[in-house]
Design a protein around this ligand. Sequence first.
Ligand code: BES
Ligand code: ZN
Length: 873
Amino acid sequence: MEQFKGQPRLPKFAVPKRYDIRLKPDLISCKFSGSVSIDVDVVADTRFIVLNVANLFVNTSSISFTSRTSSKVFQPSKVEIFEDDEILVLEFAKSLPIGEGVLAIEFEGILNDKMKGFYKSTYEHNGEKRNMAVTQFEPADARKCFPCWDEPACKATFKITLDVLSDLVALSNMPVIEEKVDGQIKTVSYQESPIMSTYLVAIVVGLFDYVEDHTPDGVKVRVYCQVGKADQGKFALHIAVQTLELYKEYFSMPYSLPKLDMVAIPDFAFGAMENYGLVTYRETALLYDDLHSAAANKQRVAIVVTHELAHQWFGNLVTMDWWTNLWLNEGFATWVSYLATDSLFPKWKIWTQFLDESSEGLRLDGLEGSHPIEVEVKHASEIQEIFDAISYKKGASVIRMLQSYLGAECFQVGNLEQLSYSTTISIEHAFSNAKTEDLWAALEEGSGEPVTRLMNSWTKQKGFPVISVKVIDQKLELEQSHFLSSGSQGDGKWIVPITLCCGSYDDRKSFLLETQSVTLDLTTGTRDSWIKLNVDQTGFYRVKYDEDLASRLRYAIENKYLSATDRFGLLDDSFALCMARQESLISLLTLLAAYWDEHDYIVLSNLITISYKLERIVADAIPELLDFTKQFFISLFQSSAESLGWQPKAGESHLDAMLRGEVLTALAVFGHDPTLDEASRRFYVFLNDRNTPLLPPDLRKAAYVAVMQRTSALERSGYESLLRVYRESDLSQEKMRVLGALAACPDPNIIFEVLNFLLSPEVRSQDAVFGVSVSKEGRETAWTWMKENWEYISDTWGSGHLITRFINAIVSPFASIEKAEEIEEFFESRPKPSMARTLKQSIERVQINARWVQSVQTEDHLAEAVKKLATVY
Ligand code: BES
Ligand code: ZN
């Protein structure tokens, strides 16, 4: 039996075809019992059956295998569970007959509190605490609910039956076909599912209300919410119905199940999960309250719903072959969610906001500790870590790059062929799921372009290029090199789809850069003729311009010749180059000054993010310049703050509503007194009347941050009032707004209290991780606090991905080599495989910051430049 240990994948002596699962969850004792009969096909001469199981008590004497051909019953001679490998090995005395048979197993388990497998979530109903039972199986936790072949390619059909208390709502992937009540218990049976992967199986049992609608094709769509809050589901319901129609067109294939349920779960590890026909969500990602949700909350709901519904085709119908191809699932769903959201809400200009995704992808991929999009996965424990910005954001960005290179139509046709091709395959032979190569091959055929070669350079190696652009003898020279934030040079090479414009958006060139460098014959004349590469920022690379070209671009920004997306790109690239010490801080700040009259949401919000980071670097490097720097930032944001004003304007745009909140938050963070005064005035009105028009949801984050800015150990009343808002609200989005602001306090004593509050029973463990981003003054306190509480933190969040947020938020802000060493040392004796990669990346960020600080300290004329900027603007 030992031969089965330590293998990344199950042996396929026998493969599952159909699961008949019966589960009886007890929501009071938090236990469940179950049985499963699995139709399997024995395909090889074997005495063994190996399948996955974890954290279940398997009743070994219940296990039997009944051959369909001979009706003979076989009992295993030996049963063993290997806990590390999460497998159950059954050994039989004789070889099993080739062909079909039924494997039956009984088992018991516990509804855990770790938000994975079959778990409990808690809520209040009529003032009483209640439990609900929920499943979260992706990537590899179906095995914690029933024994199974828990790999995405092992597709089968599922017939589920639940025994639950008769007053509860019990949901699964498929519609109910029968409900039998026997005393207090009802037995609910669901229609058999189509062929699908185990990670998409789902069950939810609890008390809910719902709203319902249907598509023109008669697909019944429901949103399930807390009892009494069904209205909050209406917005998501509306989006879901429209999105199903949209995708039916886009994928040329209707939604494949008779119903779609979407449920808000109070304790949820991720944003949402695309279970086939039963999508589960964190409350903040599904519910929308007309009075208390902000524009940003609305947008989040739209993006998440469209993302999960994209998976109903891409992921659920056509499934990745193995986790190495996860990015195809997530990258594509992310990309399509923007497509759908853009079509539903064109005024949101959501594609410009896609740049935030690319920018985050670039930020992570600029680290030496990054990884290729397609990454080898050798053990189940490694799967979780690849649900990161590389799979999602770089994945979506390279799809967008390809799409913009091939053209929208070509892309859709190619994708379609791919989709139907793999579906047929996976129905006929259960093991042939989608692979990245299949997609490229289909697109290559459709377009006649070298798609495979092009895309391999982006998915099989980590990192991305920076294109250096120079004017030499009236010629334009382009050269690619591997960009690293550390300032070193990597050895990657890419096939880069280059686009460029000279002086006007009508004059656009595009070609593939396949070599190290290329020289272009261009007339690069006067000051007006700016040259911008990566037009509209559809390419996943950065661009570095020579002095002359950079100054022409600054001029173009000041004179508003450039699109918002290009203004975003110049800023983002310049910041990254500065951090990598390839550009001086003076030059970055001079560029920022060109944005003095910026009013576009996406550009300003990136400018704000960058200003927060620069504030920290200046505080570390040259504290005597901190006040000047803040002054400079305040003046940069003031013109848009003034034109937006505090009070929302009737009929104003979604983007203006979001921008107002961000700009005012920035002014509060930089200590702008008039903003702090006004915020505080409005906050106290709000405290007495939560529905006051003086503090609409879009303004609240700014007001909360302002209140915390003025809080100290001696002046605690603002902080305590905010805790009251937290306690008195029963809307998760409101609670998150408060949590996100609490640590924005300059007093370390308060920070310490806030951090302890996050660990208290008042904060759900799903939410605590969003409160740990502390003010720059609280950095050391947070680190000390984390060390002191490490055991608890590691026990509570250590097995999931949420722990990576703790590490990233608390470790990354440091900026000295000594600190990097101290952090490394602390974790050396406390290794955790689930966060190994994040830890390495965070430490690398500290080292990058440290070198950046050193280089800023030695920069000539910096003080004069900063003082000048602070007074001129
Ligand atoms: N399939 C994921 C959920 C998931 C993530 C399962 C990680 C297992 C591990 C789902 O489709 C998803 O991507 N959710 C995102 C939201 C989305 C809008 C980017 C999430 O949960 O953050
Ligand atoms: Zn997803």
